[in-house]
Design a protein around this ligand. Structure first.
Ligand code: COA
Ligand code: MG
Length: 289
């Protein structure tokens, strides 16, 4: 069993932005998404790929290195396949697949990763950010049950959803809520993680914090970020609280007692806990700061 790796704070770094690439080596979000898509202008697509290869070659993995993913351009574009090939070559943890609308698009990307000999753990994080994608989220998430499909995570692309639907993101995103919940539910049914979209105004720390807390309350596993100044707040909002951590330690200690080894349910501080809480407890501990 692979250990659960949290994705509380997930920073986009445009692969065309040399200073941001350099800066990213000093930052400690849970994951970095090197972007080749929306934040890279068309005339920079090739250069961005060259930058990334160089950047990865210069990196030395440390124990606390963030997970590394590459957001590729859609495979329907002239750049998508070269982007995917690069991710396979660099053995990133994942590719981020933008504007995912159908299960077939995930299957096609997974087959291409196989074609380029991408290692088996190289996953697909699918962005749900169009009306069709939202409507098909359930069917897409079901792919997570098939390991060959490589699907590990959803990312809600709130900027693109706002653009493509006309919905306003004002008033605590109230108009977006039903769609965000629909995507979260689909992710849970499929057994995968799901990350909240970005907060564009990176100078508004207060608004950002409120949105992180809203996202955590809705059940997201973490937030995607555009600026280093957002990392600390996202980590705090999505980390387990001291009480959650204490509970998790107690659950694990209780089930480790020899007298409880063969029990499905036990009593802990007057409440029932079951075997299924062990997995939850492990996730809580993985998300502790
Ligand atoms: N990742 C890593 N470093 C970043 C960064 C990021 N996403 N955004 C900014 N930085 C770095 C800057 O290079 C600068 O580094 P320095 O201290 O070495 O000079 C420092 O953080 C401060 O940056 P700042 O001057 O406040 O911002 P900026 O004007 O350089 O960049 C943006 C502002 C919005 C252009 C930039 O944050 C960005 O490109 N974000 C990501 C956009 C993106 O990926 N969008 C697609 C997904 S929605
Ligand atoms: Mg986009």
């Amino acid at each position: 069993m692979t250990l659960y790796q949290p994705r509380r704070a997930v920073l986009y770094v445009p692969a065309s932005h040399q200073k941001a690439l350099a800066k990213s080596t000093q930052l400690q979000p849970d994951a970095i998404i090197y972007d080749l898509e929306d934040s890279v202008a068309e005339q920079m697509k090739h250069e961005a790929r060259v930058n990334l290869r160089k950047h990865f070659q210069e990196q030395h993995q440390t124990v606390r290195s963030p997970l590394k993913a590459i957001r590729i351009n859609s495979l329907a574009t002239q750049w998508g396949e070269d982007d995917l090939k690069l991710a396979a070559e660099l053995k990133t943890e994942a590719i981020v697949l933008p504007k995912t609308e159908t299960p077939q698009q995930v299957i096609d990307a997974a087959r291409k990763l196989d074609d380029y000999d991408a290692p088996e753990p190289l996953g697909i994080w699918a962005m749900i950010e169009t009306p069709r994608g939202i409507l098909n989220a359930d069917e897409i998430a079901r792919l997570a049950q098939k390991s060959a499909a490589r699907l590990k995570c959803f990312i809600v692309g709130t900027n693109d959803i706002a653009l493509s639907t006309g919905v306003k993101t004002t008033n605590q995103r109230s108009a977006l809520l039903p769609w965000m919940m629909q995507i979260i539910l689909a992710a849970r049914a499929g057994g995968i993680d799901v990350l909240d979209g970005v907060y564009n105004n990176f100078q508004d720390q207060e608004g950002f914090k409120a949105e992180c807390e809203q996202g955590a309350m809705l059940g997201f596993d973490g937030k995607t970020l555009i600026h280093p100044s957002q990392i600390e707040t996202a980590l705090n909002s999505y980390s387990s609280t001291a009480e959650e951590t204490a509970w998790a330690n107690q659950v694990i200690a209780a089930f480790n007692l020899p007298e409880n080894a063969s029990k499905g349910a036990i009593s802990l501080n007057g409440s029932m806990v079951e075997q299924l809480h062990i997995r939850q407890a492990e996730r809580v501990l993985a998300r502790a700061r």
